[in-house]
Design a protein around this ligand. Structure first.
Ligand code: MG
Ligand code: MG
Length: 270
């Protein structure tokens, strides 16, 4: 299937969806604390998406029963909110999406609760920076595999981490998951050329140990097979008609973090 190309008017709606996702994640970041249940986080996200005029794209997705994914410690992605209580020292990854007028946004972050192992903080910092490096590498006229190459190269330069193989980024637009699949590893110079109107969700998932995972009996929660803790960061970005990127799910459009690696964002969606 061809990669969906969006025009500026469509991208303006996608920015509204992405901004709602970014704002919802920001509220979760500000409210998450030890002692609360993951269901309470889900309720906050659900209410905020509704308040912003959106609907959840996770709820009901292949039967997924909640609005966000909450994955703790050795759970890397796709954890289902429920009665589990967040503890001091936990590493919590939250993934959230929303739809506005048929257009999707998708983003995620990991955060440490209270006092955490500094090596877990470093893992999260490495994962987040690799996401920004991946977005920066996926600039106009780059090849798709340049993204995964940049992500993997950065992670490997920072230490020994497992990069999940079975999961990756994806195209996004009128569906949450579209072509192309975006690997978080690989060689440069392969795959489609990145052109204006392409929107991609970039989402490295790493552990402090093995890249091997299994799915729990709930059919969703992905855990590391060796029990090592993981991190997951995600943003959805687009190449605008002016050839510059814009991060649809970042509150500032990616200005600060892409600027730090020398990439200027588009003004067309601000
Ligand atoms: Mg996601
Ligand atoms: Mg995604």
């Amino acid at each position: 299937m061809a990669i969906q190309i969006k025009d500026l008017e469509q991208l303006k709606v996608m920015r509204r969806a992405g901004l709602l996702v970014g704002q919802t994640l920001q509220i979760l970041k500000e409210n998450i604390k030890a002692g609360m249940t993951t269901d309470a986080l889900d309720a906050i996200a659900s209410a905020n998406i509704k308040r912003g005029g959106g609907t959840s794209n996770f709820l009901g997705y292949h039967g997924f029963p909640r609005t966000i994914c909450v994955s703790i410690n050795d759970e890397i992605v796709h954890g289902i909110p429920g009665p589990r209580v967040i503890q001091d020292g936990d590493i919590v990854s939250i993934d959230c999406g929303a739809i506005i007028e048929g257009w999707h946004g998708d983003a995620a972050f990991s955060i440490g609760i209270g006092t955490i192992d500094p090596e877990n903080q470093k893992m999260m910092d490495v994962c987040e920076e690799s996401m920004w490096r991946g977005i920066a590498a996926g600039s106009l006229n780059a090849r798709l595999s340049d993204i995964g190459h940049a992500i993997e190269s950065y992670i490997n330069s920072q230490g020994k981490y497992g990069i999940l193989r079975e999961y990756g980024g994806h195209g996004i637009g009128t569906e949450m998951h579209q072509e192309p699949h975006v690997l978080n590893f690989g060689r440069k110079g392969n795959g489609p050329t990145i052109i204006p109107g392409m929107a991609l969700a970039i989402e490295p998932m790493i552990t402090r140990g093995s890249e091997k995972t299994k799915v729990l009996g709930d059919d969703w929660t992905v855990v590391s097979t060796d029990g090592s803790y993981g991190a997951h960061f995600e943003n959805s970005y687009v190449i605008c008609p002016d050839g510059k990127p814009f991060v649809l799910t970042a509150l500032d459009g990616g200005r600060e973090r892409l600027g730090a690696v020398g990439v200027e964002i588009s003004d067309l969606l601000s």
